[in-house]
Design a protein. Structure first.
Length: 307
């Protein structure tokens, strides 16, 4: 195996298509196909199943991607860092954001990155903390903003701040009139929540267990947009950061109320792989993350308590 073959394999695996990989790498399709076949011949295993929809990884292909994605990313970053020594930071940065942070930060951060660092290619991936942590461990992502606690994650951590959670209900639920509700009252209502694999659910389950309450969960949804849609339809209440539903509240689609005694607070963390040396481009994006978070707080767009 050589780096060129692994780079080609990684790109085809990510895009699921030889033609798309050809456009991205600027290499003719026959040459890419030949590199894949040479790699398969050396490993004595098929790495892709070829069908009308493109290239789908086999079990062997998934294993190779899991073991080599981080290596390919690190070699790319070595090149980017050497080139960055002569000027502004450059290279590709894959950033993960949890949905409630992405809806506030992603567009602003992307705009600032393009304006200030045109040599950086920023890829923003939105998902829940559990998925982002897995991709960080596999070396497929450079950094991510996730919810804590940070213990036992085996990642490099920087504390970003603490994010409050409020009660979210449909129009006419009376939350805006109440302005504040007790946690005991909220936990006794019909709820729509993420599944057990996500940190917000664990936070709410823990609060209910302390009060010896059984939750009445109507629907589970692992999509933030689906979750807010379910609340709009009146299927139940949710617990979310107020910044994540600001537009829906302003448009009269949702109502919110603070939770007495501040309610749950979630620790926000900037995480990166421990064995993944940070490039100049990653450092630049991390600094922009912090400055944009502070700007959102100062502009009243995000009720976050900065670290």
């Amino acid at each position: 195996m050589d780096f060129r073959q692994l780079k080609t394999f990684s790109c085809v695996a990510e895009l699921g298509s030889l033609s798309k990989a050809s456009d991205t790498l600027r290499i003719a399709q026959p040459a890419l196909s030949r590199q894949i076949k040479l790699l398969e011949h050396e490993l004595r295993a098929e790495l892709f199943t070829r069908n009308g929809r493109g290239m789908v990884l086999t079990e062997a292909g998934r294993l190779l991607l899991a073991r080599t994605a981080g290596i390919v990313r690190q070699i790319d970053q070595i090149r980017d860092d050497i080139q960055s020594q002569a000027g502004a930071p450059s290279g590709r940065v894959v950033l993960g954001l949890v949905p409630t942070v992405s809806c506030v930060l992603s567009a602003r951060l992307a705009r600032r990155t393009v304006e200030r660092y045109p040599g950086i290619s920023l890829c923003i991936v939105e998902s829940y903390s559990g998925h982002l942590i897995e991709w960080l461990h596999r070396g497929e992502m450079d950094l991510a903003v996730i919810y804590g606690p940070s213990a036992d994650l085996h990642l490099s951590m920087q504390n970003l701040g603490r994010d409050a959670v409020v009660a979210v209900g449909p129009r006419g639920s009376g939350l805006s009139r109440k302005k504040q509700v007790e946690m005991d009252w909220l936990l006794r209502q019909k709820l729509v929540l993420p599944s057990h694999s996500h940190g917000l659910r664990a936070l709410i389950e823990h609060a209910a267990a302390k009060k010896k309450l059984k939750l009445d969960i109507q629907v589970e949804a692992d999509s933030f947009r689906v979750l807010t849609s379910l609340v709009e339809e009146g299927l139940g209440f949710a617990l979310l950061p107020p910044s994540s539903v600001r537009d829906e509240v302003a448009g009269g689609k949702l109502e919110t109320a603070a939770i007495a005694k501040l309610g749950p607070m979630r620790e926000l963390i900037i995480a990166s792989p421990i064995d993944h040396p940070g490039s100049a481009a990653i450092a630049a994006v991390t600094a922009l993350l912090r400055s944009e978070t502070e700007a959102c707080r100062d502009e009243g767009l995000w009720d976050i308590k900065l670290a």
